[in-house]
Design a protein around this ligand. Structure first.
Ligand code: FE2
Length: 546
């Protein structure tokens, strides 16, 4: 990972809140922390996670929360938590051990930045405190920077509205064999409890305070399928809007008429802190007042670089009209992040440049016929910057750019070109917009296709669309990147089956989608006897474009 700002080694060491411990401390026959003061029962109810893998390091996470939905339930004091990481799941070949302090100021979360690991290795880890042992997690380091891996398999996912359904997709994702999971945003939703939904949010209102965001994150983390997916692989996370407020932009809320600038800044600070507390993020992402460093880069040897974007924290407010959307002053990333992205793409030295991105790059008209309707929260609202970046994609200075996207609650596979209305402009890249884990609930493919198939006929850059729930697994090699759409048959029951609905191939050296291969099984046409759960999907209604 290369950070956009320099972090000193001293700061990293001091910030880790960990101290090296003698292996003696963790000898199983001695028991753990016998001298420590007692802690409440069931402190590991939120599971474990790992993230931000480097060739020699990975972040291990847990949060002590015996009473997750009402503040966590921990005493207001520092609690030492022992951690260990081993090469085997029986923890006989331990490689690193230590003690981290779970501090009340950070909700008794624990972030251990373990260093000194071997590249491209599977490791197992767990935590102990007060005689309690966490579930074991499995993680994996990245290959050495100089390595030339022949293949990489990873998954990406987004949009897991707890109220929209069960995390059946994660049951299956947890059983895949992937090096990491990229999560592209909408980890929580800030919406209030909806009694008519498939399952209910805690609380009675949207979260605004740190305590409320903690409870919301903790509720999501209690889900056993989500815990299983975290425990199985390292995650590389970024946020979108619902981790704070629908469609927020920098310091501007969705509804400035009802949230003052001061109130929204306080809300953003609270939301960022709770986000950090619940994610396996490195100390370099610890929020500093209003800001949080989330755009960052990961490298899988010479095969792939993953450029993680933050398209919320620095963006201009959404434009109101199509004319406004052409304003060259509008930015989705802010100038510093744009420079960081362009420099990183140019210098990556990787065969593939994968962008872990939130909102759709490809033009996404939502109206059939001669008129057009756009959601200006997407890159459709930031057209000058999009064109500038896509022309850079086509400049010959970027190797194999592929944008991975969340937000849309649909699968939307597209060729990228600098001007989507001009098919004579060259195709310069590919975008795979993944579906959602739950958001949108169980889909009705028949009505979706009735609406969008006519628009697809007018949008030649769209190569495949679908609105069912699931995730995407990407197989990267020197010659191609194949993305497999994995769909579950329901999110409105605790278990589901999974199938590969389609595969999308990008060939190295040939921008865009080379091939779409759809499963021979007939597409689901929707269910006839579904329960009538209410789904408040933010992808539904878009005001007409002027
Ligand atoms: Fe979403």
């Amino acid at each position: 990972m290369s950070l956009p700002t320099k972090i000193s080694r001293r700061a990293l060491l001091a910030g880790g809140a960990t101290v090296a411990a003698s292996p003696m401390l963790l000898h199983p026959d001695q028991g753990y922390a016998q001298s420590a003061r007692p802690v409440p029962a069931d402190v590991f109810r939120l599971g474990v996670a790992s993230g931000d893998p480097l060739p020699d390091a990975v972040v291990l996470w847990t949060r002590l929360a015996p009473d997750p939905l009402t503040g966590g339930g921990m005493p207001a004091r520092n609690v030492p938590v022992e951690w260990e990481i081993a090469e085997d799941d029986r923890f006989t070949r331990r490689r690193r051990t230590g003690i981290a302090l779970a501090r009340p100021e950070l909700g008794h979360s624990v972030h251990v930045d373990v260093r000194g690991l071997r590249p491209d290795r599977v490791y197992f880890y767990r935590f102990r405190t007060g005689g309690q042992v966490s579930p074991a997690g499995r993680t994996r380091t990245a290959p050495a920077v100089s390595a030339r891996p022949r293949t990489l398999r990873f998954a990406f996912a987004s949009c897991q509205d707890y109220q929209a359904g069960f995390y059946t997709a994660y049951q299956h994702l947890a059983a895949e064999d992937v090096a990491f999971v990229a999560f592209l945003g909408d980890y929580i939703y800030e919406g209030p409890r909806n009694a008519a939904a498939a399952r209910q949010h805690e609380g009675t209102d949207e979260p605004f305070t740190l305590a409320q965001y903690r409870n919301r994150h903790a509720q999501y983390k209690t889900d056993p399928d989500l815990q299983a997916a975290h425990a199985a692989f390292p995650w590389i996370v970024t946020f979108d809007d619902h981790e704070v407020d629908n469609n927020w932009a920098d310091e501007i809320p969705q509804d400035p008429q009802s949230q003052t600038p001061e109130a929204f800044r306080a809300r953003r600070i609270a939301a960022f802190q709770a986000y950090y507390e619940h994610m396996p993020l490195r100390r370099s992402s610890l929020p500093r007042r209003l800001d949080m460093q989330l755009y960052r880069r990961f490298r899988y040897g010479s095969l792939a670089s993953v450029h993680v974007l933050d398209t919320r924290q620095y963006r201009s407010d959404q434009p109101a009209t199509l004319a406004d959307a052409q304003n060259p002053a509008l930015t989705m990333t802010g100038p510093e992040q744009e420079k960081w992205l362009v420099d990183g793409l140019r210098r990556s030295g990787s065969e593939w440049n994968v962008l872990a991105n939130q909102v759709m790059w490809a033009q996404n008209d939502r109206l059939a016929g001669p008129g057009q309707t756009f959601d200006f929260d997407n890159w459709d609202g930031y057209r000058a910057q999009r064109r500038r970046l896509l022309e850079f994609f086509g400049s010959g200075r970027v190797d194999n750019p592929v944008v991975l996207t969340g937000d849309r609650h649909c699968t939307w596979v597209s060729d990228l070109r600098p001007d989507f209305d001009d098919v004579t402009t060259p195709i310069v890249g590919a975008e795979i917009t993944g579906t959602s884990i739950t958001s949108g609930g169980n889909a009705n493919p028949a009505s979706f296709h009735a609406t969008y198939d006519p628009i697809m006929a007018e949008s030649p850059h769209w190569r495949y669309i679908d609105n069912q729930r699931g995730y995407v697994v990407c197989d990267v090699s020197r010659t191609e990147m194949v993305s497999s759409l994995r769909l579950v048959d329901t999110v409105w029951a605790p278990t589901a089956s999974v199938r590969t609905e389609a595969r999308f191939t990008v060939e190295a050296g040939r921008p865009g989608i080379a091939e779409v291969s759809v499963s021979p099984a007939p597409r689901s046409t929707g269910r006839t006897a579904e329960p009538a759960f209410d789904v408040r999907d933010d992808q539904g209604v878009v005001p007409p474009t002027r």
